[in-house]
Design a protein around this ligand. Structure first.
Ligand code: HXC
Length: 259
């Protein structure tokens, strides 16, 4: 499918979704969010794709929700807009395929919230992160108040959200908001390298691991342990498990079947 505001490319079993409104630093308006949801649905259904990378064209990843669209919204419209983005970001978080954010530049407000809904964040050295919403008279609205404290802890999340401070990639790495920082030129290569490594593993095991982490993290420990145990058990019903372990014992690389 062709999108007005997104570019979608494929490299082997990896899809790259890039926001393409560089003139407004890839700000998210309703049209972009609707396209994003369609693209996510399409990628979810595509059995030839194992891993998704999300990035942005130009100097921004995503500089937030579109302020020009939000300015005149009523309370109800504001709530609906928040709900739309939060629902799509949750879909990204819960989709079976791992998602890597390759954060090339500004990831502010809704952009930071989008990056946080991805499984892994790799930042280019020029990337900037922050939740500057309170400076606009709003709270974060795409679940930033929930994901940021889970990633960086309560104290740092409150500091970032209450001050609206923008931090650089190194600081984001220090507080655990990003997995690693690389040069701008290396960013896509690094993201692709990680995506391909993930894609070379048993995909059912990757999918179950993601589900165990995402479902377990919001439960008490014993319930989470049960979730892991069930998914672990299910792995033994897969050809991947037989192949992975046989390959180890035969001292060769596993040949996991693609769907
Ligand atoms: C609409 C935006 C935008 C945004 C940038 N632009 N961010 N338009 N919404 N979030 C537009 C600018 O108006 C400008 O348009 C063009 O993009 C280039 O931006 P500049 O400001 O000229 O670039 P620069 O000087 O490099 O500054 C970059 C910047 C700044 C520091 C990132 O643009 C900025 O502070 N942007 C807003 C960041 C922000 O507050 N984000 C959070 C939004 S609230 P023109 O027409 O002048 O060229 C949010 C809520 C999420 O995300 C939850 C909602 C429910």
């Amino acid at each position: 499918m062709d999108y007005k505001n997104l570019l979608i490319k494929k490299q082997d079993d990896v899809a790259i979704l890039s926001f393409n409104r560089p003139k407004v630093l890839n700000a998210l308006n309703t049209d972009v969010l609707i396209e994003l949801e369609q693209a996510i649905e399409e990628i979810k259904e595509d059995e030839t794709i194992d891993v998704l990378i999300i990035t942005g064209e130009g100097k921004a990843f995503v500089a937030g929700a579109d302020i020009s669209e939000m300015r005149d919204k009523t309370a109800e419209e504001g709530r609906n807009f928040g709900e739309l983005g939060a629902r799509i970001f949750r879909k990204i978080e819960l989709m079976e395929k791992p998602v890597i954010a390759a954060v090339n530049g500004f990831a502010l407000g809704g952009g930071c919230e989008l990056a946080m809904s991805c499984d892994i964040r790799i930042a280019g050295e020029k990337a900037k992160f922050g939740q500057p919403e309170v400076g606009l008279g709003i709270t974060p609205g795409f679940a930033g108040t929930q994901r940021l404290p889970r990633l960086v802890g309560l104290a740092k999340a409150k500091e970032l959200i209450f001050t609206g401070d923008i931090i650089d990639a190194k600081e984001a790495e220090k507080i655990g908001l990003v997995n690693k920082v690389v040069s701008g030129e290396e960013l896509m290569d690094e993201a692709l390298k990680m995506a391909k490594k993930i894609a070379s593993n048993g995909q059912i095991a990757v999918k179950y691991s993601k589900a165990a982490i995402n479902r377990g993290i919001n439960c008490d420990f014993d319930t989470a342990n049960e979730i892991e145990k069930d998914l672990f058990g299910l792995c033994f019903a897969t050809e991947d498990q037989k192949e992975g372990m046989t390959a180890f014992l035969e001292k060769r690389k596993p040949m996991f079947k693609k769907k």
